[in-house]
Design a protein around this ligand. Structure first.
Ligand code: 5GP
Length: 198
């Protein structure tokens, strides 16, 4: 039996709790966000962890729903106080998973969904080895580039940083338990559901 030790000093026995951690990773622009939104609409019993970031909000993004948007200095303070379950720098901004709400949900037996990049996923898998990790792949790199450019919300510099990072992330896809190609949205969503719920 595996025991998860928590920063708070409490411990939880994984086998005693039905709640588990599920990570979704995949390159920027692969469509993870849309897949997550549909998955959560269909399965409100899942708890989605809202991340903290120093990236400025994109048009339409809502503080507390899409992310908690904070300054770099505040983020660094929270890192110092060990308030994150994991955190990483991505394309010049910090991103982190708030520790307390996730631990609370797991203790209460809920399954928690994290949508995070590769470095954070590695940290989570090292801390919680029984995490179910899913990597979302694009049908091709060309198609991914088209989607990233099509969003047209980021600067050319940000786009090229994201493309380089995407290449590195795709190379790591086989570290994950499951890989799902997001070619057709419904097919990808059904594969995710089949993986999670059988
Ligand atoms: P975006 O700026 O496009 O919203 O996100 C950039 C990348 O950061 C995406 O790959 C996204 O999955 C990842 N990300 C979002 N929240 C977190 C987090 O809390 N931790 C980590 N490590 N990555 C995150």
């Amino acid at each position: 039996m595996q025991v998860l030790s928590l920063e708070s000093g409490a411990t939880i026995k994984e086998s005693t709790y039905p709640g588990k951690l599920i990570i979704f990773t995949g390159p920027s622009g692969v469509g993870k966000g849309s897949l997550m939104r549909s998955l959560l609409e269909r399965h409100p019993e899942l708890y989605y962890s809202v991340s903290v970031t120093t990236r400025p909000p994109r048009p339409g993004e809502i503080n507390g729903k899409d992310y908690y948007f904070i300054s770099r200095s505040k983020f660094e303070q929270l890192v110092g106080k060990r308030e994150f379950l994991e955190w990483a720098e991505f394309a010049g901004n910090y991103y982190g998973t708030p520790r307390e709400p996730v631990e609370k949900q797991i203790r209460e037996g809920k399954s928690v969904v994290l949508e995070i990049e590769l470095e954070g996923a590695r940290q989570i898998r090292a801390t919680f080895p029984s995490t179910l990790s899913i990597f979302i792949l694009p049908p091709s790199f060309k198609e991914l580039e088209k989607r990233i450019r099509g969003r047209a919300k980021d600067s050319e510099e940000a786009i090229s940083i994201r493309l380089r990072r995407a290449q590195a992330e795709i190379h790591a896809a086989n570290e994950f338990d499951i890989q799902i190609v997001n070619d057709d949205f419904e097919t990808a969503l059904n594969s995710i559901e089949a993986t999670l719920f059988g």
